[in-house]
Design a protein around this ligand. Structure first.
Ligand code: 3PG
Length: 212
């Protein structure tokens, strides 16, 4: 694998699943993070899709020391700057614009950029990225597509997300070029709404039993 400037593989390796979190209520952040960590999934991606996301990141960082907290849905250089100021461990973008990549060059936060095609993956490989998010995974051919990437792109590794579930995760995790998968299925909206942390912990336990 090529040398990624800021090694996101080191952060993500060792867990089969990264929960992709969308918080609407700041009060749900800490109990959700505690349930996921208790269920064996300590690496968390808090998406910057809601107004409370940054406060959720700060609270989890302050109150759940066993969690490794990253931000997701990074769309602007400003979001990357804020994530660095907050002290996150990694940042994820659904794509990879020149502005985001330039900002990542100047940031201490390891970036996991998104790709959906071979050419995009090659371009990021040329720029020093060895680990990429494959998004949206299922809509782009799923595990068969990523399996086809392995031979011509042996220097690249992937974290597929988008349509990944407990049922189809094993088809990705068994591929030689997949480090982990990401998904939002660990935190169903009704469980978050009801405060059913036990349900979230159980979903995390099932997922953490998958082979990384
Ligand atoms: C992401 O940002 O990775 C996706 O929103 C997660 O996709 P999913 O909701 O299909 O798991």
């Amino acid at each position: 694998m090529s040398a990624q400037k800021k090694d996101v593989v080191a952060v993500l390796r060792g867990v089969p699943v990264i929960p992709v979190l969308i918080f609407d209520d700041v009060e749900t952040a800490v109990p959700t993070a505690k349930a996921l960590v208790a269920g064996g999934l300590p690496v968390l991606e808090v998406t910057l899709r809601t107004p409370v996301a940054r406060e959720c990141v700060r609270r989890i960082l302050a109150e759940v020391p066993d969690a490794t907290v990253g931000v997701g849905t990074v769309l602007t250089p400003q979001q990357l700057k804020e994530a660095e100021a907050d002290g996150v461990a990694f940042a994820v973008s659904p794509g990879a614009t020149p502005r985001i990549l330039d900002a990542a060059d100047d940031s201490a936060v390891p970036l996991l950029p998104g790709v959906a095609t071979v050419s995009e993956a090659m371009t990021l490989g040329e720029r020093g990225y060895g680990m990429l998010k494959f998004f949206p995974a299922e809509a782009n051919g799923g595990a068969p597509a990523l399996r086809s990437y392995a031979s011509p792109l042996p220097h690249l590794r992937f974290c597929p997300t988008g349509g990944v579930t407990l049922a189809n995760a094993p088809s990705y995790l068994k591929l030689p070029n997949v480090v982990c998968v990401g998904g939002s299925w660990l935190t169903p909206a009704d469980a978050l709404k009801k405060g059913d942390w036990d349900a979230i912990r159980k979903l995390a336990e099932e997922a953490s039993a998958l082979k990384a």
